[in-house]
Design a binder for this molecule. Sequence first.
Ligand code: ATP
Length: 228
Amino acid sequence: MIEMQDVWKTYPNGVMAINGISIYIKKGEFVYVVGTSGAGKSTFIKMMYREEKPTRGIITIDGTKLATMKEKNIPYLRRKIGVVFQDFKLLPSLTVYENVAFALEVIEEKSANIKKRVMNVLDIVRLKNKARFMPHELSGGEQQRVAIARAIVNNPSVLIADEPTGNLDPDTSWEIMHILEEINERGTTVVMATHNRDIVNNMRKRVIAIDGGRISRDEVRGGYGYES
Ligand SMILES: Nc1ncnc2c1ncn2[C@@H]1O[C@H](COP(=O)(O)OP(=O)(O)OP(=O)(O)O)[C@@H](O)[C@H]1O
């Protein structure tokens, strides 16, 4: 479902961010990507949604080879992959409903389907009652839930989250994690970069650790207290 074969990434300034990574993530998996600051986590996941291109190596998402993909087909990749960021990235002048609907409008979804699908995902993130609110009227956790709704409204096969709990307090972070877990249980593959040890250690999932642009560990951990 997500495959990287000997992937390398050197930025134009010469920084070698990823140094020969090969991984396979199966459909329906939930994977944490961990590592110290600067280890290469963001670069690793940005390459999955083609925000960055590898210098070398092959990345395949759901059968599509990203390197040979034509620019005009990128919107189709965006239908396969939803992305959630640490800082939410909502459009401040649009309501909750409009922020989520926008993701469908840009791919020219039929308007008859838009309302149904937006309300359906707002229900999943438990924000149907705030559809008319503006982002600044919401708490951080609620804003992140809108961002998650926007990311899944296209029904993507993969949800990528880069530090989704980075700006949230512990209780709100757990709320977000339970929603991501629910989305995963509905069949979506979830890949999440995080610094949050508490979450990693308390939810038993596959953990890919990156260090100096290489995979230093890849194992199932957590769910039974702290481990080193
Ligand atoms: N656009 C860029 N241009 C040049 N170098 C970059 C760029 N983005 C990241 N880097 C460098 O690549 C390396 C890996 O960065 P990356 O952001 O992938 O790490 P990270 O593990 O996500 O870190 P953090 O946890 O701090 O977000 C770092 O040395 C960083 O300075």
